[in-house]
Design a protein around this ligand. Sequence first.
Ligand SMILES: [Zn+2]
Length: 154
Amino acid sequence: MMPSTTVMWPPSTTGVRTTYAWWHQLDEQPHPDPLPGREWAALSVRPMLGLAALEVLIAAGVDVGPVLVCMQHRWLHIPVEPEAVRSFLGERLGVKGRCLSCAYDGQRLQRGGCRPFRLWLLPQDPTVLTDFRALAERLDAMRAMRAGPVSAVA
Ligand SMILES: [Zn+2]
């Protein structure tokens, strides 16, 4: 593993940056701690929004765990508590059970279709899963800010 503060996508695309000093696991397998031997679900989000949301959580002291990055299809797959898959919030955000495959052009791809462009970003102390409710609330808030204020109808 190596520490780094920047994840760059291929040169022809826009850079997506993180200011947090993630550890990197350059191979997808084996799954990093704390995933082996426990249940989890996964939320997939786009990197620009997802990394910014995770950084806010880290800065606030909220639990953030390992994050799988697919540079081929530009997804972050964020393992969260397994209960998220059955929650209203989880259904709305498309949380999947133990599934780290990419959605691309409306189709699910097999993991092999992403190789070799997947790696894990690991927090400094990878012993927890990401707090799903806090992440979902942060993503909602960021999407609302992007959408801007709703103008009043006269
Ligand atoms: Zn992929």
